[in-house]
Design a protein around this ligand. Structure first.
Ligand code: DAT
Length: 185
């Protein structure tokens, strides 16, 4: 793998927005992309579009992710963006599978149980899937995963309960990105 897009070489930073399904990753990441000029990669969509599956788990009724295929595809996307001096904001409900060097900021979104319950109900999740995700949010599974997978200094836990929270998270990224560019130019 080339080192060209590690963070000592890149001219623009990459952000990962992560958290339990329903916390607002895709909504927040697309607003970050729009407001501060990063390329949005919705990892779930990449998986679907390119059929990054290596089978189906009948018991859980989910596809089994072909991680190698996904990471190869994403590596190319990250390399292309680095070559064009474009930063990336990626969103996904897990974070440990990605190479650490891809990201300069890992934003972990958090939501109250009440909000998450309503959002997952609106999505028509089954009761089982909804309670699994609510439990994961309460147990802060993704936050712990982020803390174990990335430098603690780049992991930021933020609330995502209201539209105001979302706007303040986008603003936080804008300020952070200006500082990153100043420090790395
Ligand atoms: P995720 O990508 O984490 O699964 P999403 O971005 O699809 O979540 O958002 C799920 C729903 O919740 C969607 O209808 C938008 C809404 N939502 C997300 N973040 C929000 C926030 N901070 N305030 C209000 N609504 C929010």
């Amino acid at each position: 793998m080339s080192d060209d897009n590690n963070n000592t070489e890149r001219k623009r930073p990459n952000i990962l927005v992560t958290g339990t399904p329903g916390v607002g990753k895709t909504a927040t990441a697309s607003l970050i992309a729009e407001k501060i000029g990063l390329k949005h990669i919705n990892v779930g969509e990449v998986i679907k579009q390119h059929k990054c599956y290596e089978g189906h788990d009948a018991e859980l009724d989910t596809h089994i992710l072909d991680e190698d295929k996904l990471l190869d595809l994403m590596e190319n996307m990250f390399q292309d963006c680095a070559d064009e001096n474009v930063g990336i904001v990626a969103d996904y409900h897990s974070c440990e599978l990605f190479p650490e060097r891809w990201f300069d900021l890992v934003l972990v979104l958090r939501t109250s149980t009440e909000n998450l319950f309503d959002r997952l109900t609106d999505r028509e999740y089954s009761e089982k899937k909804r309670s699994e995700n609510l439990e994961a949010e309460i147990m802060q599974v993704v936050l712990e995963e982020a803390r174990e997978s990335y430098d603690l200094e780049i992991v930021q836990e933020v609330q995502s309960n209201t539209v105001e929270d979302m706007e303040s998270n986008v603003e936080r990224c804008r300020v952070w990105m200006e500082q990153w560019i100043a420090n790395n130019s």
